[in-house]
Design a protein around this ligand. Structure first.
Ligand SMILES: Nc1ncnc2c1ncn2[C@@H]1O[C@H](COP(=O)(O)OP(=O)(O)OP(=O)(O)O)[C@@H](O)[C@H]1O
Ligand SMILES: Nc1ncnc2c1ncn2[C@@H]1O[C@H](COP(=O)(O)OP(=O)(O)OP(=O)(O)O)[C@@H](O)[C@H]1O
Ligand SMILES: [Mg+2]
Ligand SMILES: [Mg+2]
Lengths: 254, 254
């Protein structure tokens, strides 16, 4: 059971679009995927048809309840969901000063039935706070979606530092597996330059195929369908299937 | 001296691009503008050439120091900056449980010399936490940049509720002056549909001109120049000048 954190503190970098569509593309390969929505804004949850996730995940993260009881089976075969909700805004406050608050999620994930899911994806909010640190403590791998724009680059150092710190102090098995360029506009030099900079800085962490800008990906949420259901022939679907394939390959290598 | 909060908890909605380029466009009309960067990711500050804002704003927000001592004069006439920095991540924790923490910024702004600036713009992080509430308490007006995409719409109710609550309990003079559609791609139906939905929901809060997608706006940060300096003929510059003009008009009506 691989646990993968999808994270980048920069807003709008493509985290949710990546988490939802990777989940669907992986499910197409007959893997069973559990998506856990750690963002109080819960956009992954709405996308998968759960507009109000309720108090469950909040309760769990402050110490009560079982993760398996919070699982929804979505309309998409192989994609299960633990939804987020606005309640989660209160977790950081409720757990302020609580020893080991950042380990609660890991414990909950480790208590899941061993064979029910192959991959767990954690969709993170745009910050480096308790939700994100909890995801990094619980995961073995990190996928970092990066919008192919300049402003996206300056925060990466901070993110890498946070990953390093979690690795040193709380989770020695943690590693970044993928730096995923998103919203790449192949006609724009800026886009290509940013992807080049990412490749030269991160080498093979950047997969051969990137995620291109595709309006179908932006439309899909209002139809509450991942791209593989909404527009299976679109470049968005093609790119996320390629990204899923790459993720599976890298998983084998670890 | 008008104080304007530029806020939207959705990541990547165009807050920083709007704050920096409105500041520059307003300065072109000979107004004196002070931009205060309330985001620990400090992208507005890097854009205006201050990569490391230091501990000043953190210290101020936990109760020490004078705002006027933290002001940088940027390379752009009429645009002053109080930079953000990663130190500000610690403000919420340091002020947890502190009575009236959300009023510290307002007090600091009110202590500024009365005639040195005409407009104060507050660039906010993608959240509804202490920095954003402090901005809403300090401001008279709110500008809400909204990316012309579906996922941008669901968080608006939450934001409006927060504005209402601040208005009722802490700042009766607060009002949303502008809902600003950003990154509008005129060739995409999705973009046009989202703008239409915003117009039907918010009426004249949505200005006649919107901010179109323009790669020059995405390139400008790496040149550390607002769009008005980097590419004065671009649609990005045209649109932000129009938005600035609209903001000035609405200011007169209040
Ligand atoms: N490849 C793409 N093509 C077109 N639009 C995209 C693409 N990827 C993401 N988007 C759009 O960009 C916006 C931001 O994407 P998304 O919400 O997935 O980012 P995020 O990192 O999860 O944001 P947040 O920081 O708010 O959680 C959304 O409106 C989404 O529909
Ligand atoms: N009109 C536009 N045309 C092209 N690119 C744009 C436009 N507006 C914003 N961008 C780009 O979109 C991305 C997000 O914009 P920006 O950083 O201003 O949003 P934000 O709301 O401040 O994000 P955050 O939530 O992280 O603070 C940036 O890479 C920016 O360069
Ligand atoms: Mg998201
Ligand atoms: Mg910003």
């Amino acid at each position: 059971m691989r646990t993968i954190a999808v994270t980048n503190q920069k807003g709008g970098s493509g985290k949710t679009t990546t988490a939802v569509n990777l989940a669907a593309a992986l499910a197409e390969t007959r893997r069973k995927v559990l998506l856990i929505d750690l963002d109080p804004q819960a956009s992954a949850s709405s996308w998968l048809g759960v507009a109000d996730g309720g108090k469950g995940l909040f309760e769990l993260l402050v110490g009560n309840g079982n993760l398996v009881d919070l699982v929804y089976e979505t309309a998409f075969a192989g994609v299960s969901l633990v939804p987020g909700s606005n309640w989660m805004v209160g977790v950081e406050k409720a757990m302020a000063g609580e020893v080991g608050a950042e380990t609660v999620l890991r414990k909950a994930i480790q208590s899941l039935p061993r064979n029910r899911w192959d991959i767990i994806l954690l969709d993170c909010p745009p910050s480096l706070g308790l939700m994100v640190v909890s995801a990094l403590v619980a995961a073995q791998e990190v996928v970092v979606p990066v919008e192919a724009h300049v402003m996206a680059l300056s925060g990466l150092a901070n993110l890498l530092q946070t990953v390093e710190r979690v690795k040193e102090r709380l989770n020695p098995g943690l590693a970044i597996s993928t730096i995923l360029p998103c919203r790449v506009d192949v006609r724009k030099n800026l886009s290509k330059e940013v992807v080049e900079r990412l490749r030269s800085r991160f080498g093979r962490l950047v997969p051969p195929t990137v995620i291109r800008e595709n309006v179908r990906l932006a439309e899909a949420p209002s139809f509450e369908q991942p791209i593989t259901a909404y527009s299976p022939e679109s470049s968005g679907a093609v790119d996320y299937r390629a990204a899923a394939g790459e993720l599976l390959k890298r998983g084998k290598e670890r």
